[in-house]
Design a protein around this ligand. Structure first.
Ligand SMILES: [Zn+2]
Length: 298
């Protein structure tokens, strides 16, 4: 029995084109009978949630899609920790920028400050959306030990941002252009117990980031290869998309979703679920039968 999660980041950030991405994608998921999980920024770039976003998010929630917390402001790529791979492979200047601003940025990463940010996000979720988040995803995958302590302190026991594969960004010119399967070996490819006993649910890969539609067939083939390989290795499989990646090429995104759904449908006992459902049912906690490695420097 394997549960597959389609997760989409950065709802709440950007203008009407990004709201439209949420609307069109949730309508498409619904038309296929698939649930989706939207990692939503409650105070995007530091601004209050717009009426447009609020209405679209509530409509998505009412249609059975899941809203979970994606930072507080997502003001940059260091909201909850220093820059992390594969964000650093998408934007190679992240690490040098962080290094130059290290003295300014490092003081952010205390349990108290990060707990305040998470709590503010939870309050906005409750007030504006009527949603109590149970799963967190740090913006740009930037995490710290203090963030896990802060999650534990506010009662959120699930986090998801570590990548099993970053080959979905291989098409970027500075990454060489190859789209071959390439998995990490430093983290388990199934949910694992990590810092402060928070369950970390790894992300398999992303297949529709900006520019990928030009190589749609190759990305769909890569997705099939990854799905074949993870099948039987993890009871929970998380796929990643972004609002801007979807809007970059709706046709490719919808072809990809159909191809993934068809491929998963051939596996006995496979089904699609939301992160919220898997957290609530105990499936995420049960899936975490292994401990994660102590690899965070901060
Ligand atoms: Zn994000």
């Amino acid at each position: 029995m394997t549960a597959y999660v389609c997760s989409i980041d950065d709802a709440g950030i950007g203008g009407s084109a990004m709201v439209e991405s949420l609307r069109r994608a949730t309508a498409f998921f619904s038309s296929r009978g698939l649930p989706s999980t939207w990692f939503t920024v409650p105070k995007g770039r530091g601004k209050p949630m717009s009426t447009e976003w609020k209405e679209a998010l509530i409509a998505a929630r009412d249609a059975g899609h899941d809203l979970q917390l994606h930072g507080l402001t997502h003001g940059d790529c260091y909201e909850f920790g220093p820059p992390a791979w594969p964000a650093t492979s998408i934007l190679p200047t992240l690490q040098s920028d962080f290094d130059e601003r290290r003295e300014e940025l490092m003081p952010r990463f205390t349990v108290d400050k990060l707990r305040d940010r998470i709590e503010e996000g939870m309050e906005i979720f409750a007030l504006e959306l009527g949603v109590e988040p149970t799963v967190f995803r740090a913006p740009c995958g930037a995490v710290s030990k203090a963030m896990y302590s802060a999650l534990r302190a506010v009662g959120i026991g699930f986090h998801t941002c570590m990548f099993i594969s970053g080959s979905g960004y291989g098409h970027l010119p500075h990454n060489g252009g190859a789209l071959t399967q390439d998995w990490v070996d430093d983290i388990p490819c199934r949910p694992f117990r990590w810092y402060e006993e928070v369950v970390e649910v790894p992300i398999l890969n992303e297949y529709n980031s900006r520019g990928s539609g030009a190589r749609s067939d190759e990305f769909i083939e890569l997705a099939r290869q990854d799905l074949d390989r993870i099948s039987g290795q993890s009871p929970v499989v998380v796929l990643l998309m972004h609002t801007h990646g979807i809007a970059d090429d709706y046709e490719h995104t919808f072809r990809l979703i159909d191809a993934v759904s068809e491929h998963v449908g051939r596996q006995p006992g496979a089904s699609f679920a939301t992160m919220g459902e898997l957290a609530a049912s105990g499936a995420l906690a049960e899936a975490a039968t292994v401990d994660g490695p102590d690899i965070l420097a901060v």
